[in-house]
Write a protein that binds this ligand. Sequence first.
Ligand code: B12
Length: 212
Amino acid sequence: MTDLNLLYESILNGKLETAVAVTKEAIVEGVTAQEIINKYMIKAMEEIGQRFQDGRAFVPNLLMSARAMKGSLDLLKPLLKENASASLGKVVIGTVKGDLHDIGKNLVASMLEGCGFEVVNLGVDVTSDKFVEAVKEHEADIICMSALLTTTMVYMKEVVAAVEQAGLKNKVKIMIGGAPITEFYANQIGADGFSDNANSAVQTAKRLMALN
Ligand code: B12
């Protein structure tokens, strides 16, 4: 039986090879992707974040943890997809301008995809123009914006304004998230939904599509 605490430790310590090996073993043993992500991977990222905050870890440690997390997540993505049925709706997702954090955003994208949404991932540092263009091009039902910095979360308001200006506010729902984001802030800027984790993001997306 795989010791999944080793996955936690390997992400925390930025050990990509071990993280990938343990994830592979866990998959073979039938541990669900949700359990691996929620109980071990996210917990490890939270801990390295806390250490960074306390001055006990530094940017290279964060990058190595992020790399290990991505390696495991890449293996789990196809499993998340197995549960998917027909498309529940189309989502364009991105981290807002000035912000390069993409781990949480990619997790949300994978969960949405895994649960049946079609997802267009615009990456990081996404401008309001890019969000608007993508909504038009893909006829998206939902825009998902992520921000991890207090200095970049304010840009979400500009995206909402750009969506309004493009006459798309009644056509597309806006959902936001990221560590500094609150429900209060979402309401304040006129977003339609907020979630503080990847699991409830799926529930919120379904609610916005009037599916639950
Ligand atoms: C990893 C990390 C980095 C990595 C990012 C690697 C990558 N590829 O993403 C690197 C090293 C590059 C980095 C850089 C920086 N970082 Co940084 N980083 C972090 C750290 C430790 C973890 C973030 C993370 O991945 N968490 C794990 C994921 C799973 O959680 P999450 O992102 O919160 O996502 C979940 C939810 O928020 C939600 N969610 C997220 N997005 C969305 C979107 C939608 C639509 C929905 C519904 C939900 C949702 O669901 C997700 C899954 O459950 C945080 C600390 C922390 N505790 O948050 C600091 C942190 C965010 N960083 C910080 C800082 C200051 C920086 C830098 C400015 C540092 C520097 N001096 O250079 C730069 C900024 C670069 C830039 N322009 O973006 C600060 C921000 C402070 C602030 N209040 O603004 C933090 C809080 C650390 C700290 N306490 O000081 N960082």
